[in-house]
Structures are given as structure tokens and as C-alpha cells.
Design a protein around this ligand. Structure first.
Ligand code: KDG
Length: 343
């Protein structure tokens, strides 16, 4: 009796599952070939370039070659803001850019520009992948983009050509290039710096010709753009953690089948683990390269980080007002819960 009922159960299941599987397979086979340009601003051999390559392999594999990713490395698609605008207008399928540069299109992402928000990589990843991080990726769709995943630009550190910086007073008067980020500009102005924004692609030349004394970026980004070759001093500030947003054009996204959307979204989401690990390894290697190039690398003196943090309370208040108190509170709750679990 038992065997018979098992037979009918398996038979019933086959009658249900097979058509669904066949439908999905047919949908995949019937959908036309799709070319997906993915723009990113670092070099092809950077952690970001390698992640885009892995993403391309995964998408090709899961679509049986029907979806083809065409990477556009080294900012060849234009600045991050240009790539973002092209994506919003449906002229570019996917771009990977700092969430900071996406803030003009979706203000809540400015939460990630809060100075000293995260204490370490694991904490940053846990919060970005938590429900608060996910809610922001979903909310991005209001801007004409589709948030697929957070990859990693990393913890930012400051370089300059004027002097070693180990105490708050040493920041005074440095003409510092920052991203077009209100929080970054406010942070450094509160420290006595003359902070101004400039597009990433122009930074190295502006440092070389003396338009700016310094800039701030994660080690791999500094090395990818060869910024360390035109800087004398680096201070390990870790003052901000910048995520990369893997963002699709919503106009383009809505032309895809649900099956293709799932292939692309799953590939972007899963590749974040590889990219973050590569970013971490690249940061360690980049710091070695920066030191080997002759740049003097300094830590902040003991007690200086808390002196800096105390000066930034007004900066945090502006971020909280810009992103909304509920998001500010939810984000800090997530951080608190992570730290409690990590103890
Ligand atoms: O295109 C490169 C940028 O996405 C990224 O490096 C931005 O960190 C950045 C900066 O300082 O502009």
C-alpha cells in the first residue's frame, strides 16, 4: 500500500514540477540574446574589474550563453554621475559606482557617508546585507535604477603633499579633494580642511598640478589611479566606509523576463562575497605598494580619533536630517545588534 501511495505522490509531483521547469527552461530558451554593458571606474585588473569578470562568467553560465556581459573598465563609460544618468535614461544597462555618487538620485543612500559609521569590514558587510541595507537597495527603484547588490570600495584614508597628519591640528589648511558628498565635505571642513569635490578621473592630475594638496580614498582605489605616485604623506584615518552600488537601469530591467532578472540579480548578489574578499586582499597589497613607493604612512596619534569624532557631531546631525531619523535609528540599531553579537 505504502509503495503505491509513494508512486502516486511522485507522479503528482512530476505533473506539477515538470511543466513549471519546462516553462522556465522554455522562457530562458525562447528569450532573445541580451548584451549587458557593465561600467566601472577602476582598472580591469582591480578587485572591481575582476568581480565584473566573474559576474560575466556567472551570467553566461546560468543563461546558457544567451546573456552576454560586456565590461567597460577604467571609467570609459564616463564619470560615475554620467554612467548613472545614462542608466536612468536607459542608455547603459548596469554600472558599479560608489553609493555616494548615487545620493543625488536617491538621498537615503547618504547614510553610508556617515563618518566613522563602521568599525570594521565584517560589521559593514553585516549591516549592508541586513534588512536596512536591503531596504535601501529596493528603495533605489524610485530613482530609475534597480539596486542589485553592495560591493566594496572600502575604508577611506587621506593622502596629502603638505605634511604628515597625526593630530587634529595637522589637518588645518589642507586643500583636499573629496567625492561630491555633503558629509565628506562637512567632515573635513569641521577639521579645518578646505574640502572641495572633483570627479574621480580628474583627481590625479589635480594633485600633480597643485590644484589640490590631497585626497581621500581606499588604498586599492589610490593605487588603481596611481594617486600614490603624486602624494608624499598618507594618514590611516579609516574615516568612512564606501560601498559600491551594483545598479541596473530600471528602464532596461523592465524589458527582461523574470527568469533573466533572477539570473542577473543572483549573480550580482553572489559575486559580492568574491569582490569583498578581493577588495580586502587588494587593500593589504595596495598599502604595501604605497609604502614601497616612498609615501610616508602615519597613524593618528592616540586619542586623536575620539577628538575628531567629537568635532563631527554636527556632521552626523545633518546626515540624520537628510536621510530621515527612522533610517538613522534603524541603521545604528543594526550596528548595535551586530556589535552585541560579535562580543
Ligand atoms: O569610478 C571610480 C569610483 O567609483 C570610485 O573610486 C569613487 O571613491 C571614489 C572617489 O573618490 O571618487
Amino acid at each position: 500500500m505504502k509503495i503505491t501511495s509513494c508512486f502516486f505522490y511522485i507522479r503528482a509531483l512530476t505533473l506539477i514540477v515538470c511543466p513549471l521547469a519546462n516553462h522556465a527552461l522554455a522562457q530562458t530558451r525562447e528569450s532573445p540574446p541580451v548584451v549587458i554593458r557593465v561600467a566601472q571606474g577602476l582598472s580591469e585588473d582591480s578587485h572591481l574589474g575582476r568581480a565584473v569578470t566573474l559576474f560575466a562568467e556567472r551570467v553566461a553560465r546560468d543563461s546558457a550563453g544567451r546573456l552576454t556581459v560586456k565590461p567597460i573598465h577604467n571609467g570609459q563609460a564616463g564619470t560615475d554621475p554620467k554612467a548613472m544618468q545614462d542608466a536612468i535614461e536607459g542608455k547603459l544597462e548596469i554600472f558599479v559606482g560608489s553609493t555616494t555618487t548615487i545620493v543625488p538620485a536617491y538621498k537615503p543612500l547618504a547614510i553610508w557617508d556617515t563618518p566613522f559609521l563602521f568599525a570594521n569590514y565584517a560589521e559593514a558587510h553585516a549591516v549592508l546585507d541586513s534588512k536596512v541595507g536591503q531596504s535601501l537597495l529596493q528603495g533605489v527603484s524610485e530613482s530609475g535604477l534597480v539596486g542589485l547588490a553592495y560591493w566594496e570600495n572600502g575604508f577611506r584614508n587621506m593622502t596629502n603633499n603638505l605634511r604628515p597628519v597625526t593630530r587634529v591640528e595637522d589637518f588645518a589648511g589642507i586643500r583636499l579633494r573629496t567625492m561630491p558628498s555633503e558629509a565628506a565635505i562637512n567632515t573635513f571642513n569641521r577639521l579645518g580642511v578646505d574640502a572641495k569635490p572633483l570627479q574621480f578621473a580628474e583627481v590625479r592630475a589635480a594633485l600633480q598640478n597643485g590644484t589640490f594638496d590631497g585626497q581621500e580614498n581606499p588604498y586599492p582605489t589610490i593605487v588603481s589611479a596611481k594617486i600614490h605616485e603624486v602624494q608624499k604623506y598618507l594618514t590611516v584615518t579609516n574615516h568612512m566606509y564606501t560601498p559600491y552600488g551594483v545598479m541596473a537601469s530600471r528602464k532596461w530591467w523592465l524589458t527582461l523576463t523574470a527568469a533573466d532578472q533572477k539570473i542577473i540579480r543572483d549573480a550580482a548578489w553572489d559575486t559580492r562575497l568574491f569582490q569583498r574578499e578581493e577588495s580586502r586582499k587588494a587593500a593589504d597589497a595596495a598599502l604595501v605598494s604605497i609604502k614601497a613607493s616612498g609615501v610616508k604612512v602615519d597613524e593618528l596619534a592616540i586619542g586623536e580619533r575620539s577628538r575628531i569624532s567629537h568635532r563631527l557631531e554636527k556632521v552626523n546631525a545633518v546626515v540624520a536630517a537628510n536621510v530621515g531619523l527612522p533610517l538613522w535609528i534603524e541603521t545604528h540599531n543594526q550596528i548595535y545588534m551586530y556589535r552585541s553579537r560579535a562580543k
